[in-house]
Design a protein around this ligand. Structure first.
Ligand SMILES: [Zn+2]
Length: 109
């Protein structure tokens, strides 16, 4: 850092269409480990934003996992129920046979 009254942000940035990075043009507002940063590039702000994003993604993954587990439980219950109804139908249960009738008709098509 140069000894000026107005420190500049230490972060180098890529401007649209640029092939090389250039210094951030904002004034340094906070000093971290001897370097100055503008409000946007303050490492603590950057880390906090990243942590917030990661927490958001983790919550989304957890919600997806919960939904997936719920679907598996429902699918397993449906398969069990169908197997049981088929078992009852095989034993001559008229109501079970009636339940299976539309499924059999669908399979015959
Ligand atoms: Zn900056």
């Amino acid at each position: 850092m140069t000894a000026t009254n107005k420190p500049e942000c230490s972060k180098r940035v890529f401007r649209p269409g640029a092939f090389r990075s250039s210094p951030c043009s904002f004034a340094g507002k906070v000093e971290r480990d001897g370097k100055w940063y503008c409000k946007r590039h303050d490492p603590e702000v950057v880390a906090a934003k990243r942590a917030a994003k990661e927490a958001e993604w983790a919550a989304e993954r957890a919600a997806q996992r919960a939904l997936s587990e719920r679907k598996q439980i429902v699918a397993a219950a449906k398969a069990d129920a169908l197997a049981y109804v088929k078992e009852l139908a095989a034993q001559g249960d008229a109501r079970a046979a009636a339940i299976l009738e539309p499924l059999d008709a669908e399979a015959d098509r």
